[in-house]
Design a binder for this molecule. Sequence first.
Ligand code: ADP
Ligand code: MG
Ligand code: MG
Length: 895
Amino acid sequence: MARYVRDFSEGDKDQKDLLGGKGANLAEMTRLGLPVPPGFTITTEACRAYMRTGEVPPELRVEVTMAVRHLEDTLGRRLGDFHEPLLVSVRSGAKFSMPGMMETVLNVGLNDASVQGLASLSGDERFAWDSYRRLVQMFGRTVLGIDADLFADALDKAKAARGVSADVDLDAADLRGLVDTYKQIVRDESGREFPQHPREQLDLAIVAVLDSWGTERARLYRRKERIPDDLGTAVNVCTMVFGNLGPTSGTGVAFTRDPATGRTGDYGDYLVNAQGEDVVAGIRNTLSLADLEGVDPAAYAELRQAMRRLETHYRDLCDIEFTIERGKLWMLQTRVGKRTAPAAFRIACQLVDEHLITMDEALARVSGAQLSQLLFPQFAADVAGAELLTRAMPASPGAAVGQVVLDPARAEEWAAQGRDVVLVRRETNPDDLGGMIAAVGVLTARGGKTSHAAVVARGMGRTCVVGAEELVIDTEAGTVTARGRTVHEGDVVALDGTTGEVFVGDVPVVPSPVSRYLEDGLDVALAEAADEETRDLVRAVDRILTHADTVRRLRVHANADTAADAGRARRLGAQGIGLCRTEHMFLGERRVLVERVVLASDDAGRQAALDALLPLQRADFVELLEAMDGLPTTIRLIDPPLHEFLPDLTALSVKVAVDRERGHVDPDDERLLAAVERMHEANPMLGLRGVRLGLVVPGLFDLQVRAICEAVADRIAAGGSPHAEVMVPLVGSVQELRIVRERALATMAQVGADRGVPLTLPVGCMIELPRAALTAGRIAEEAEFFSFGTNDLTQTTWGFSRDDVEGAFFAQYTANGVLAVSPFETIDVRGVGRLVEVAVAEGRATRPGIGLGVCGEHGGDPESIRFFHGAGLDYVSCSPFRVPIARLEAGRAAV
Ligand code: ADP
Ligand code: MG
Ligand code: MG
């Protein structure tokens, strides 16, 4: 068998690695007996050899000769023949489709002689010259790299000279003149003649397709889509058939179902008397497939049949490129079609109902990313009338309408008054978090899709548009200006996080029907749906999600700090709280008490402050446990450095200095300043925080554990079923945990005795330091469960400070290929994932029934969930609004 060339009749659809997607599917259609013009595929192996050596492998030239001879013999026509010329197309086709990235040359084999042959063979001189001018044009652009506008301008001039507006109105003589003009352009621009020898045309076109794999834009596209650079493309050489042979010919694209809405029934565009890309280029108005039925019922019927055949064969939505040459149908391409999120869900269920696929397969055909698209609010009406302020990078989808605010603190203030606000910032940083949480949308002038604003907004499900460079933000004046339009703080803008558009004024938004379904149930969503299509979508999501719930092994918990969040998470299907952070319980008016704990000069003073905090904390936990009644609720003891709860060092220094100047300083301020100075750390995230804080500041963890225990006792007394678990953060050594655990057990025993209920709350720890993962076997002696804190574990494994690296640094790192994706977004399986695996294995070896979960953003990331499923964890925990996505992805991981 030849090494580098395969006839279309040799391959099949499963050989995409070798033949590329287009080649494999052309082979499959040939095998099915569909009318595919004969041809052959040059394999991706040839491309890889070419990339390695920079030379076309010599065997390839020989094999191409054999394959062309075979084609010529089969068809009884010769490449470049004066009487009966064979023409071919040279088409790229990689394993993964890269729309618009790669090259195709049509009508290869035409020259000054064979154009005559084509004219007499077809009896249509105009057609022959039209084909020739297309070859020179495509060859000039693709192979010789000449600016496409030069050819387009010449075509426009020719039309203008004749006073016609459509290219079909040019006659043979016009087109013949155009060929001369085009050849002159080739001469002027490339310094060479348009090659007359057909084999030279063919060889140059093949090399051009091979080269198109390595272009900058193709590389960029692959990086974005995470397609490896070393796959290479195949090259398909396919006998030409002609859609530009007069009114009984044409070319079109078709889908077996509507890829935009998922509606059943075929769907497509057809252009009479046209070739190649004319349809998508939109040069003339196209006909619908229904119109085609009127024009050519026989060809239409055959097409319908072929489409049905393909859909049954692939058991999925197919998209198709076809050409009709004088009433004869030819199939030029097919593949499983791309589709929108609603179409994906609807079509998957349709195919189940048509008994073409199983529910497991339906589940595999939708994704968490698609589900998340269905959850964002939508602009209610079309936005055609709205005034565009700017258009930038869509970073997090959705539709947000609110008043412009330029300051995060004010955003919180206004939001607290019940106003919807859009936070507009040059860029955001971790200090803006409160404002971002308060806002319905975030707009920044700087940064890309991995900027702080983008990442945080996606994580929270906030609509976000970033990198609106034309925005001029004047915080002094409180204005935002772009395109000559100035918007003041308080004015309303509308952000479309799917398109990146920003409008001035109100564009009404509504919650999506699917989020209605998730929040309020199927009946409400169906009752409120605007139309039957929407009801169909809601039903499809319900069916697939329900199936995911039945097949998944991973439980899905939520990260929720308040009863309100917990309740929401529960409505969305959370089966527990995987992470309740307790930090927020030390803010607001409780700050004063924290200050007193820190400032206490003796044990009694400290204990008094702690005692004052106790009832407040207990009340928080009672509410939370009530919301999560019957479900596991993992409460993490205080994690961040204590100074985060104290006043800012600079601000306090200034205040004290000013007071001194005035002659009166509050002694409390002096002591506070001394304490803040004492606690100042160069690198607080690696400093006195987590379990370290608990061991160093007496009474702090005791207070929290007591509050939890008392809340549990209260809930039991109220007839509830609380399942609180105590989680210790930032453990690096088993000794740390041992001390904390012994004290916790003592507190449990004491509260249990006082309240007359036995309390046995599980105590476990976060695994978020490499040392914890590597000594997990020992830590498991003291831990009843592990929760992988993969955010910190990623920071500490890589030595990246998350808050600092995600801006320009990561943008560079992804641009130059060091990182395919931010390790904070998708777990770094090789490094961080390995630590997880080590800890799972060691933890289970010590304590076979040890509970294993993950909290942190990776718990809601599809690819990471797949990894956690494989690693054998019991649950993932993610933010409440990602719970449905995690349910779906955990299901997909299991089928
Ligand atoms: P893309 O990958 O961009 O879709 P193709 O290789 O499919 O590029 O070529 C683009 C278009 O050129 C096709 O849709 C088809 O209309 C036309 N084409 C390609 N090969 C042939 C052929 N052998 N005969 C007629 N038209 C062809
Ligand atoms: Mg195509
Ligand atoms: Mg942490």
